[in-house]
Design a protein around this ligand. Structure first.
Ligand SMILES: C[S@@+](CC[C@H](N)C(=O)[O-])C[C@H]1O[C@@H](n2cnc3c(N)ncnc32)[C@H](O)[C@@H]1O
Length: 255
C-alpha cells in the first residue's frame, strides 16, 4: 500500500476506534458517543428509501442481485439495502469499522462485510454489481488521483444496466481546505500522543476533505465507459462545500 493510503487507513482505524457513529455522521451534538443507535440506523433506512424512489424513476438497475456499499462504516446503509437486493456487500478500509459492522448486523444474513486496503476493487470481477452506492466516502480520500482510481474501478465492476451512485464534493473553499485540526492531529500522533488524548482532550480528529470538479468526474466516468444519467447538487449549505451525487449506468456495449 502506498504511504498516503496507509496513513489514510490509519486515520480511519483511529476514527473507527474513537467514535465510529460520529465519524460517519458528524453532527456536533452526537460527538463523543452520543448517537442513539436506533436513530442512527433509521437515518440509513430513510436514505435508502430515497434511493429506491430514484431507482424506480431512472429505471436502473435492471437487476437487483448484488449491491456494493463502498465505504460502509458500521453498515448504516448496507443493512438498509438488504430488503432490495439478494446479496449486499459492505467494504471498508478500516478494520474497527468492519468489526463493528459485523457485530451490529448479525440480523442481516444477506449482508457481508469485507475489509479492503487496496487502492481499487481488484477483489471483485468486472460486471459484478447491479448497484454500487457510495456517499460520504470519496470526499475523505487523500488525493484526486485516489478518487479517480476508485471511480474508474466502480465502472469496471458495475454490471451493464447497473446503477452507480456516488457523491463527491465539487468545490471546497480554501478555509475548509486548510484543515488545521487534522494536521495537528497527524503531527502530535507521530510524536506518540495517544489518539484518545488527541480526540477527547484536545478536540482533534484526522478527517480530511478532497474535491473533484464536476467536469473532471464526468470525463473520468465517460472515459471508463459509463453514461452519466444525472449529477445532482447536494445540500451542504452549512459547510460552504459544494457537492454532487452522480447517477451513472454502464451501457451493455461498454468495453
Ligand atoms: C463518513 S463514513 C461514511 C460511512 C457510510 N458510507 C455511511 O454513510 O453510513 C466514511 C467511511 O468510509 C471509509 N473509507 C474511507 N476511505 C476508504 C477507502 N479507501 N476504501 C473503503 N472505505 C473507505 C471509512 O473507513 C468510513 O467508514
Amino acid at each position: 500500500m502506498n504511504p498516503s493510503l496507509r496513513r489514510h487507513q490509519r486515520d480511519w482505524e483511529d476514527l473507527g476506534d474513537l467514535d465510529p457513529c460520529w465519524a460517519i455522521l458528524a453532527y456536533p451534538e452526537r460527538r463523543f458517543g452520543r448517537w442513539d443507535l436506533d436513530e442512527f440506523f433509521r437515518s440509513g433506512e430513510a436514505e435508502i428509501g430515497r434511493l429506491t424512489a430514484d431507482m424506480q424513476r431512472l429505471g436502473y438497475p435492471v437487476k437487483r442481485e448484488r449491491a456494493l456499499d463502498f465505504g460502509c462504516g458500521v453498515g448504516r446503509l448496507t443493512r438498509a439495502l438488504a430488503p432490495h437486493f439478494r446479496r449486499c456487500y459492505g467494504i471498508d478500509v478500516s478494520a474497527p469499522m468492519i468489526a463493528a459492522a459485523r457485530k451490529l448486523n448479525t440480523a442481516f444474513p444477506s449482508c457481508e462485510f469485507v475489509l479492503n486496503g487496496d487502492p481499487d476493487l481488484r477483489m471483485f470481477s468486472r460486471d459484478h454489481f447491479d448497484l454500487i452506492y457510495s456517499v460520504l466516502v470519496l470526499q475523505h480520500l487523500p488525493t484526486r488521483a485516489a478518487i479517480a482510481a476508485y471511480v474508474a474501478d466502480f465502472v469496471r465492476v458495475l454490471a451493464p444496466g447497473g446503477l452507480l451512485v456516488c457523491q463527491i464534493p465539487s468545490h471546497i473553499p480554501l478555509r475548509r481546505r486548510l484543515q488545521p485540526r487534522r494536521r495537528l492531529y497527524g503531527i502530535l500522533r507521530s510524536f506518540g500522543v495517544a489518539p484518545r488524548v488527541l480526540y477527547n482532550r484536545l478536540g482533534l480528529f484526522p478527517m480530511r476533505m478532497t474535491s473533484m470538479p464536476e467536469p473532471d468526474v464526468r470525463t473520468l466516468l465517460t472515459a471508463a465507459g459509463a453514461r452519466v444519467l444525472e449529477a445532482r447538487a447536494d445540500s451542504m449549505a452549512s459547510t460552504a462545500i459544494e457537492s454532487r451525487t452522480y447517477y451513472v449506468t454502464k451501457p451493455s456495449d461498454a468495453v
